[in-house]
Write a protein that binds this ligand. Structure first.
Ligand code: SF4
Ligand code: SF4
Length: 68
């Protein structure tokens, strides 16, 4: 099952990946703060990820890795 890994060091909480995900399974994690002070992106429904890489391609900071 595909999933993603978000690099907390590089994520700046911009939310572009959240908007880009066609399955709506990403959100900003309001319960966590990165070392740079942002709410990082998070996969909220792992079973819904189809591994399409839209989030990876959209992230301006290359903070997402898609694992298939
Ligand atoms: S790989 Fe595709 S489905 Fe999975 S979280 Fe990223 S944009 Fe959404
Ligand atoms: S697009 Fe990249 S930097 Fe922006 S919230 Fe998503 S993972 Fe973080």
């Amino acid at each position: 099952m595909p999933r993603i890994i978000v690099d907390d060091v590089h994520c700046k909480g911009c939310g572009l990946c959240v908007d880009a995900c066609p399955k709506g399974v990403l959100a900003l994690d309001m319960a966590r703060i990165t070392p740079k002070g942002y709410h990082p992106a998070k996969l909220v429904d792992q079973s819904g990820c189809i591994g399409c890489s839209s989030c990876y391609l959209t992230c301006p900071d290359v903070a997402i890795t898609v694992v298939r």
